[in-house]
Design a protein around this ligand. Structure first.
Ligand code: SAH
Length: 389
């Protein structure tokens, strides 16, 4: 028998807004024996609202699966959802062998991420309910895609909030070495075991390709990681200075430059804040600056500090831009919304005392879809601005 969970009136109203999470505080009662299971959800008046994964131990107690309370959530249910996600990627992913195949709630898989790196799949399961379905999903995907390896990068601390072990594990196939993938005309190597996230920052894929259009003269790529942006812009630029404070990332960046035979990119290990200050003092000027920092605000409390951090790097970047130069500036902090990020740029422009025009406002690549009723699924912001004078 499927367990039933009853919402408060507030919970029912919230659900009507379409948000795929229901918080513990919006449930009428708890039933820890059903944690990890699929439950039927009812409103306080007894109306059946649908089915969801339940976890009594998590603040996010319910993760929505379907509005139909009777639909069997079985193999064919999952198979259909997987196939739909694959079809969507065929539509939106061009020129790349590395992309996000499953983007959690936005694809109907609460808390599950699956990235494809050529013939390897790398997954991250961040909720108790989906974690139990992973073996079935891997089996179906193995049949559909025949991957050479399936790796679980379950080393995110978020898992402990769900009571799940934090680990890296080979699920199927052979442990992969560095995997070569393509993006546009470039190739790069991904270490799905040691790299950040599942190995690469796939959410910036379309932005990297777009940055090519703004490349010329001298380019500064700050927070370069393994060279994502540098690789794309190098052949349009005279020279590129690529800076990251991780020695591991800079070594991988060098390998990627060699792989693409690019001689005009200078990799450097350094702190972006300090290096921007040095460059300003030295009177250096760049025609394109890319800023792709890690999330400065991981929660609401960190927003004020993050605000100052973003303002400082953007202000300094605007100061070292040549006349007519372009700043391609990003923030992946969900808690810094579109409007706040724009305000930060306004403050930076005022501080720099230069006329700055907004050319484009961009977001994450389409293989990281944005579900309108799940605001948390939109987190990446990139503004392209130009110093007019
Ligand atoms: N632009 C990259 C992804 C950048 S991720 C791409 O497209 O692939 C953010 C990077 O910032 C990480 O590689 C991290 O090592 C680096 N980083 C974090 N803090 C830094 C700092 N203060 N100075 C320089 N690099 C930093």
């Amino acid at each position: 028998m499927t367990a039933e969970i009853v919402l408060t009136l507030k919970g029912e109203r919230w659900r009507r807004g379409g948000h795929p999470w229901v918080y513990r505080s919006d449930l009428k009662s708890a039933d820890s024996s059903s944690s990890g299971e699929i439950v039927r959800v009812k409103g306080p008046g007894g109306r059946l609202l649908g089915q969801a994964f339940y976890n009594a131990a998590s603040k996010i107690a319910l993760r929505w699966l379907d509005d139909d309370p009777e639909k069997p959530i079985d193999r064919s249910f999952w198979e259909e959802r997987l196939k739909a996600a694959l079809r969507y990627r065929e539509e939106v992913v061009k020129e790349s062998t590395a992309y996000r195949l499953i983007s959690s709630e936005a694809d109907g898989f609460p808390g599950l991420i699956i990235d494809r790196y050529d013939s390897a799949l790398v997954l991250q399961s961040l909720s108790l309910g989906i974690d139990r379905v992973v073996p079935l999903l891997v089996e179906i995907l193995t049949g559909l895609l025949k991957p050479k390896a399936v790796v679980a990068r379950n080393d995110s601390p978020v898992r402990s909030l769900e009571g799940l072990p934090v680990e890296k594990r080979l699920i199927a196939g052979e442990k992969p070495g560095r995997i070569e993938v393509t993006e546009g005309n470039r190739r790069y190597l991904v270490d799905v075991w040691e790299g950040q996230k599942t190995g690469a920052y796939l959410d910036q894929r379309e932005n990297r390709l777009r940055a090519r259009d703004y490349a010329r003269g001298r380019v500064l790529d700050l927070f370069a990681y393994t060279g994502g942006f540098s690789l794309q812009v190098a052949d349009r630029a005279e020279e590129v200075l690529a800076i990251d404070d991780s020695e591991w990332a800079v070594e991988r960046l060098k390998e990627n430059l060699a792989l693409n035979r690019l001689a005009n990119v200078r990799p450097e290990r350094g702190n972006a804040f300090d290096r921007l200050r040095d460059l300003e003092r030295a009177g250096e000027r760049f025609d394109l600056i890319i800023l792709d920092p890690p999330a400065f605000a991981r929660n609401k409390q960190e927003v004020p500090d993050a605000w100052r951090g973003y303002r400082e790097i953007n202000l300094r970047a605007l100061r070292v831009l040549a006349k007519g130069g372009t700043l391609f500036t990003c923030s992946c902090s969900y808690h810094i919304g579109d409007q706040i990020f724009l305000e930060i740029l306004q403050e930076a422009a005022a501080g720099a005392g230069r006329p700055v025009r907004l050319l484009e406002s961009r977001t994450q690549s389409r293989d990281h879809p944005i579900l309108l009723t799940h605001p948390e699924s939109k987190y990446l912001k990139c503004l392209v601005v130009q110093v007019a004078g």
